[in-house]
Design a protein around this ligand. Structure first.
Ligand code: KIV
Ligand code: ZN
Length: 546
C-alpha cells in the first residue's frame, strides 16, 4: 500500500486547470482572492498556476506563495512540464511559500508519445528520471504526473512511475486526462499501480480527472477505495472541456457517506473523524466567489452548490421536509454554509464596521480598494434598505476585477420604453485620465449600451453570453450580470452587480473588455498543448522576469 497520510488530501487546481477553461482567465487580484478563500476552505495543496506560461502567471504564483503560503497555510504548488526552464521558473515562483511543491509532468500514452512528444518510451523514461531529480534538487516536495495515464499501457506506465519515485517524487498523480475511464477501470488502474510498482510505498497516490463522460467524481471515489490519498479537483468542477472533478461533490460524498468510506482508510465504520480537512461551511461561499470571478455560472441543478440543490419545489417534498427533513434531504444546507446570509450593515454603518464585517467574511482589501468598495457600499445603502453578506460579497468580487482596468466606466444613461428608440450615452475614463463619450441606439437598453461601449473601445468582439440573476431576494435586490465576449476565438468574461441592471450590464461589459485587452496582450502558454502547437516537444525557455 502506498504511503498513507491517514486521510484524503485535497489538492485544489482551480487556479491552474480550472483557469484553463475557456473564458475563465483571472487577473492577479482575483487569483489572490480565490487562493485566500481556498486556504480558509482548508484545502491541503493549492496548485496556483503554471509559472512558465507568462510573466503574469509567474507573478501570480509568486504573490500567492508570499501571501497565502504561510507556515500554517496550505502547500503552494506550481505546474511545470518536464523541462528545465519550466521547472526552474516554477521553483522561483513558489520560493516564498513555507511549504512548496513542484508538480512536473510528461505524457506516457503511446498516442501522446507518437503525436505530441515524438519521443520513444526509453527517451521519456530518461527525461522523467532527469527532470524529477532536477526538481528535487530545488525543492523537497515533488509530484510527478504521467499525463494521459488513463490511456497508457501499464507495461510502460509502471516503470515510468517507478523511475519518478526513484528520482525522488513523493506524490504520484494519475491523470485521466481525457476523461475516458469508467469507475471500475480507474479503480483497477490504481490497484494495479499499488501491486506492480515496486517502490510505490514511498509515494502518496493522487488522482486527477476530467469530466468528459461525467464520471470524474465516481472515478475518484473508486480510486480512494483502492488506496488513492490525494484528489485533484476544482471548485464547481471548472476546467478543460467538460471540467475537472468537483471539489464540493468529492468532499460532501465522503462527508455524507463517511461510514461507507471509513473502512477503506482502515478506520472503524462508525468513526466520526473527518475524511478531509475541508471546512464544509465555506463551500457555498467559495463556489460563489469562483463563479463570480471566472464568469462561469453554476448550473441550477448542479450537485451541492446549484441553486436548486436545496430547493424543495414539489408540495409532497415540502410537506415531508417540514415533518422531518431527513425524508428528502441528505445534506443540511448549513453544512455547506448556505443558510448563512446575515443582514449585516445599513445606511448608517461606518467605514470601520464595513471593514470589520469584510474581515469577518475573510476579505482584507488594500487601502485604495477598501476606499472604493466603501464608496460603492454607501451608494448601495442609499438605494437598498438592508445590506446582507451576499451584497458585500458582490461588491468585493467586483472590486478585485478592477486593477488591470484599461477603462473605467464613469457614466451611463439610457432612455427606453414603449414608444422610444432605446438610446444610451456612456463615458469611459482611460488609464491616463481622458474621458471619452459616445452614444448609440440599440434593440434594447443593454444593446444600446454595449454598442456605445464598443464604439469607444474599438476591439472587435461578439457577445456570446449574457446572464442576469438577483443576488438576494426582494424588489430592491441587486442584479448580477455576467457577460462573455469572444475575440479571436478566445472567450473573456466580465461580472458586475448593481441595483440598476443596465448599470450592472454596462459595468460587466467594461470588465470583460478590460480582460480582453489585458488577455490579448499577454497570451499565456498552455501547459499541455503548447508543445504540440510549437512543434517543439520539450521547449526550454528563459525564466519570465518578475
Ligand atoms: O489533465 C491532465 O493530465 C493534467 C496534467 C497536467 C496533470 O492537467
Ligand atoms: Zn487536467
Amino acid at each position: 500500500m502506498a504511503r498513507d497520510p491517514g486521510r484524503v488530501l485535497i489538492f485544489d487546481t482551480t487556479l491552474r486547470d480550472g483557469e484553463q477553461s475557456p473564458g475563465a482567465s483571472l487577473n492577479l487580484e482575483e487569483k489572490l482572492a480565490i487562493a485566500q478563500q481556498l486556504a480558509r476552505l482548508g484545502v491541503d495543496i493549492i496548485e496556483a498556476g503554471f509559472p512558465f506560461a507568462s510573466p503574469g502567471d509567474f507573478k501570480a504564483v509568486h504573490r500567492i506563495a508570499e501571501v497565502v503560503g504561510r507556515e500554517q497555510g496550505p502547500v503552494i504548488c506550481g505546474l511545470a512540464r518536464a523541462a528545465r526552464g519550466d521547472i526552474k521558473a516554477c521553483a522561483d515562483a513558489i520560493a516564498p511559500a513555507a511549504h512548496r511543491r513542484i508538480h512536473t509532468f510528461i505524457a506516457t500514452s503511446d498516442i501522446h508519445l507518437e503525436h505530441k512528444l515524438r519521443r520513444s518510451r526509453s527517451e521519456v523514461l530518461e527525461i522523467i528520471g532527469e527532470m524529477v531529480a532536477y526538481a528535487c534538487s530545488l525543492v523537497d516536495d515533488v509530484e510527478f504526473s504521467p499525463e494521459d495515464a488513463g490511456r497508457s499501457d501499464p507495461e510502460f506506465l509502471y516503470p515510468a512511475i517507478e523511475a519518478a519515485i526513484s528520482a525522488g517524487a513523493t506524490t504520484i498523480n494519475i491523470p485521466d486526462t481525457v476523461g475516458y475511464t469508467t469507475p471500475a477501470e480507474f479503480g483497477a488502474l490504481i490497484d494495479g499501480i499499488n501491486r506492480h510498482v515496486p517502490n510505490i510505498d514511498r509515494a502518496v497516490i493522487s488522482v486527477h480527472g476530467h469530466n468528459d463522460l461525467g464520471l470524474a467524481v465516481a472515478n475518484f471515489l473508486e480510486a480512494v477505495k483502492m488506496g488513492a490519498r490525494q484528489l485533484e479537483c476544482t471548485i464547481n468542477g471548472i476546467g478543460e472541456r467538460a471540467g475537472n472533478a468537483a471539489l464540493e461533490e468529492l468532499v460532501m460524498a465522503m462527508h455524507v457517506r463517511r461510514s461507507y468510506f471509513n473502512p477503506f482508510l482502515g478506520r472503524d465504520a462508525a468513526s466520526s473523524e473527518p475524511l478531509t480537512n475541508v471546512v464544509t461551511e465555506e463551500i457555498a461561499k467559495t463556489s460563489r466567489l469562483v463563479s463570480n470571478l471566472t464568469g462561469m455560472a453554476v448550473q441550477p441543478n448542479k450537485a451541492i452548490v446549484g441553486a436548486n440543490a436545496f430547493a424543495h419545489e414539489s408540495g409532497i417534498h415540502q410537506d415531508g421536509v417540514l415533518k422531518n427533513r431527513l425524508t428528502y434531504e441528505i445534506v443540511d444546507a448549513r453544512t455547506i454554509g448556505l443558510a448563512d446570509n446575515r443582514l449585516s450593515l445599513g445606511k448608517l454603518s461606518g467605514r470601520s464596521a464595513f471593514r470589520a464585517r469584510l474581515e469577518e467574511l475573510g476579505y482584507s482589501l488594500e487601502r485604495q480598494d477598501l476606499d472604493e468598495a466603501f464608496a460603492r457600499f454607501k451608494d448601495l445603502a442609499d438605494r437598498k434598505r438592508e445590506i446582507s453578506d451576499r451584497d458585500l460579497e458582490a461588491i468585493v468580487s467586483e472590486q478585485v476585477q478592477q486593477p488591470e482596468a484599461h477603462y473605467t466606466l464613469t457614466h451611463v444613461q439610457v432612455s427606453c420604453g414603449t414608444t422610444l428608440l432605446p438610446t444610451a450615452t456612456v463615458t469611459l475614463r482611460t488609464r491616463d485620465g481622458a474621458d471619452l463619450s459616445e452614444a448609440s441606439m440599440g434593440t434594447g437598453p443593454v444593446d444600446a449600451v454595449c454598442q456605445a461601449l464598443n464604439r469607444l473601445a474599438r476591439v472587435p468582439n461578439d457577445l456570446v453570453e449574457f446572464s442576469i440573476k438577483s443576488v438576494t431576494e426582494g424588489i430592491d435586490a441587486m442584479g448580477e450580470v455576467t457577460i462573455r465576449l469572444r475575440h479571436r476565438n478566445q472567450l473573456y468574461s466580465g461580472h458586475a452587480a448593481d441595483t440598476d441592471i443596465v448599470v450592472a450590464a454596462a459595468q460587466a461589459f467594461v470588465n470583460a473588455l478590460n480582460r480582453l485587452m489585458s488577455g490579448s496582450e499577454r497570451a499565456p502558454l498552455h501547459p499541455q498543448k503548447a508543445a504540440l502547437a510549437s512543434g517543439d516537444p520539450l521547449p526550454v525557455g528563459e525564466r519570465p522576469a518578475l
